[in-house]
Write a protein that binds this ligand. Structure first.
Ligand code: GDP
Length: 334
């Protein structure tokens, strides 16, 4: 099995697309033996130290995400870059299917040999989707992609999750009249490095110009991250259908990435992200172990009642449960 994993890793690193897809499927699987293989694979791939530019992209349905990704992705592959598109879909559990990262929405890009599109894994929990997307990013980086685009819709916590896995976070919005910022939550504005006002074409062009000004003003009022690039966050108009502003947006993303690499911000952010993911994994594995250990589960139930009736204090009761786990247990499943 170990040599199979080594072989899979070698094939991924040499750009074999089937190996890439197989590895992501392995990482998405809920089976404990698949998870163990995926962990071994990711450990091997981590040694490659290859880094892509990870771009998080969020926007409400209909704003033009897939149109933008198709046009932007084709522009990048046209420059000889390799582009992967992944999705974090908070609705996939409800709908049972994915509305993001759908190949039929990015037809040309999905046929491009330098692009790889992977829809969001369907999972019962957003945390599970996040974990699998992180693995998919790592696999794509080892496979030598230059850019990994991580798409999400502006719902719930998914933007924060995506921003946490990205080097840059881009918010796509539609032109809107008035100075009300389209109900975009302050939290999202705070994590955005760029606000792209899409559909800046035809009748919507002048509205888009005003919207850009509104957002530029709002972004100026937000507190800057100390030490980050002085010109960011910024707002600019684009038209995904006409290809307007895409080259400018890409130039800005590269400039921001270069600034962050030069100043150490990039490495710091990646290190912070990695620490956070590690802590998540430890927490998740502990919880999984707890729920897969009948003795611990029984103790939890008994102690919960004792805590409820005031016979035991929560802290020391919890320590008793954890003590039951300190022996070697089965490998944690999901
Ligand atoms: P998504 O749901 O965010 O992925 O949005 P889509 O990419 O599916 O686009 C939603 C609609 O907006 C489609 O009818 C697109 O043709 C249209 N659209 C996307 N980008 C643009 C643009 O730049 N200009 C105009 N006028 N329409 C656009």
């Amino acid at each position: 099995m170990a040599s199979d994993i080594q072989d899979l890793a070698t094939r991924i690193q040499s750009g074999d697309r089937r190996a890439l897809a197989r590895a992501i499927t392995l990482a998405e699987s809920g089976r404990a033996d698949h998870r163990a293989d995926a962990d071994a694979l990711l450990e091997t791939l981590a040694k490659s130290q290859r880094q892509a530019l990870r771009i998080g992209l969020s926007g409400t349905p209909g704003v033009g995400k897939s149109t933008f990704i198709e046009a932007f992705g084709l522009m990048l592959t046209g420059q000889g870059l390799r582009v992967a598109v992944l999705a974090v879909d908070p609705s996939s559990t409800r709908s049972g299917g994915s509305i993001l990262g759908d190949k039929t929405r990015m037809e040309q890009l999905s046929r491009d040999p330098n692009a790889f599109i992977r829809p969001s894994p369907s999972q019962t929990q957003l945390g599970g989707v996040a974990r699998r997307t992180r693995d998919a990013i790592a696999i794509c980086e080892a496979a030598g992609f230059d850019v990994v685009l991580i798409e999400t819709v502006g719902v719930g916590q998914s933007e924060t999750i995506v921003a946490d896995m990205s080097d840059l976070f881009v918010l796509l919005i539609a032109p809107a009249g008035g100075d009300e910022l389209q109900g975009v939550k302050r939290g999202i504005m705070e994590i955005a490095d760029m606000v792209l006002v899409n559909k800046a074409d035809g009748d919507l062009k002048s509205t888009a110009t005003r919207t850009v000004a509104d957002y530029a003003g709002a972004l100026r009022l937000m507190r800057k991250r100390t030490g980050d690039a002085p010109d960011f966050p910024k707002a600019m108009p684009v038209s995904a259908t006409e290809g307007v502003g895409l080259a400018e947006a890409w130039a800005d993303m590269q400039a921001l990435a270069a600034f962050r690499k030069e100043t150490g911000f990039w490495d710091e952010r990646r290190a912070d992200q990695a620490r956070g993911w590690f802590a998540d994994e430890v927490r998740r594995a502990l919880l999984a172990r707890l729920s897969s250990d009948p003795k611990a589960e029984a103790a939890m139930a008994t102690l919960a009642e004792k805590v409820a009736s005031g016979d035991r204090a929560p802290g020391s009761a919890a320590a008793d449960v954890l003590a039951l786990l300190s022996g070697a247990g089965d490998r944690a499943k999901d």
